[in-house]
Structures are given as C-alpha cells and as structure tokens.
Design a protein around this ligand. Sequence first.
Ligand code: MD3
Ligand code: FE
Length: 277
Amino acid sequence: MMGGNGMALSRARSASSSTRGPPSSCSPPSPRPSASSDRCAGRLRGDPRDGCGYTPIRVVSSGATGELFEGMAQGNQALAPGAMLLRGFARAELSGLVAALREVTEAAPFRHMTTRGGYGMSVAMTSCGAVGWVTDGTGYRYDPNDPATGRAWPPMPEAFRLLARRAAAACGYPGFEPDSCLLNEYTPGSRLSLHRDADERDFTQPIVSVSLGLPAVFLFGGLERGDRTTRIRLESGDVVVFGGPARLVYHGVAPLADGFDPLLGRRRLNFTFRRAR
Ligand code: MD3
Ligand code: FE
C-alpha cells in the first residue's frame, strides 16, 4: 500500500471500518446488457483490448465536438470489466458545472476531514444531495446533515444529476438516481490512498466519477488491497462509470502534480455520484 508522508493522506474509506463487509461474492449481478460474458466472471484485470466486458457505446454528449462525433464512440475505453472511461464526456459542460458548484460550496465549503485513524486528509471534501459522505474520529458514514453546520447538505444541482444520469445510461445503467455527490478538491501534492467505496447499501448501483481541472493519475487496482494497480491519466471532462465487477475494486489517486488549469487554476476536482441508500 502507499506509504505517503504519514500525515496528509488516507481516505481508507472502507478499510475494516464498514459495518457491512463486502459481499462474499464480489460479482454483483451486472445490469449491463450482454456486456460481460461468463468467461469474464471474477476476472478484473482482463485486457480491455480483448473486448471482455466491453460494451460498444453510443455517446450522446453534446456541444463543441458533438456534431463531428455524433453517433460514434468518442474514445470510450473499458478499463476493466465494469469500468468504462468516457473520455471528454463532460467537456462541453465544464463551465456550467463550475457555476453550479459555487452554489454548493457557498452553503457547504470544502473542508479537510479526519480519518477514523485521526489523520487529516490532504483532499478537501464536501457533498450535495440527500446525504453526504462524512469521516471523523468515529468512522465513515453517509449523513443527511453537514456536521460543519448541522444543516442539510445543499441539494444536488440539476446539471450534476443529469450528467450523472446520462453517463450511467451510456454504460448500461438507465434510471440511475444518485442521492449523494461527493466533491473532492485536490491541490498540488494532494492524494487519495488506496481504498474501496463500500459504505453504500446497494453495490449493484454504479458510481459515476467526473474529473475537472488539473489532470491526475488514477490508480485502479483489484478486489484485494495488495493487487497491483494500473495507472490511468484522468483529464478535465473525463467521466468514469464503475459498476458490476468493478464496483468494489481498490482505487486511489497519486499525488497531484502542479500545473495550471484555465477553469480551476491549481486545482483538480472530482465529483462522484452515488446511490448511498
Ligand atoms: C472505482 N475519488 O471519491 S474517482 C472517491 O479522483 C474516489 O477523487 C477519486 O475514489 C478521485 O471515492 C477517484 C474514481 C472512482 C470513484 C469511485 C469508485 C473509482 C471507483 C468506486 C468503485 C470503484
Ligand atoms: Fe473511491
């Protein structure tokens, strides 16, 4: 596992703290139509090029390049069975997302939370939606209230919700209704150590991730913490949908390299849309 400097790190979200352990089978029924065949069962690290778990996708993103690529898959890539990278899916919407973001962070500013082990996180977080993901000295949970204010989290902006729905639908999850969006803010040096997202109730529901701002190296592992990780560069406007056999994989983010993004400056944001309850 990644060592780090021992203080500004670990999300360790599900590590042994979850009251619900992962299901004994880590291959929840995949709602994706005809995507993963039986030969893919239990296989997480298949070469994306072998087509295993790959669903040819018709992207319906609009905007700048939309006309050119209408009806074509815009570089969609299966990272592994159940994990689809939609390159640039949100690119045309970035400024709208940032505008909507302001309303969220005015009510619930980014803050550095503390892990159950007492470490301050280098990534600052906030949430919107019916519940928000919270970590403090007592553990990890989804809470209907922001502990910083005692009030409900701000509502999920329509632009957020609709983007998540479209991305999920493009990957074979029609009708995705996220009740929580976790917003992560990275500055140069911020990292997220290897963890699983296992605090949600229903692992058949996917998680949709949207990246904005500075590029990052995403670490994509396997079902065991010790499994080797693949590095994937995520850029502003990239969307990843994690479902099926990829839903409970270990993952993290390498320390953010410095740089300057025209929209966000020296920052990277990641929004993850979840069905928590
Ligand atoms: C794979 N965020 O918020 S997004 C997180 O870039 C988180 O801020 C990272 O991991 C970030 O929990 C990575 C990619 C991601 C998100 C959720 C997943 C990958 C996932 C859930 C299951 C499997
Ligand atoms: Fe995660």
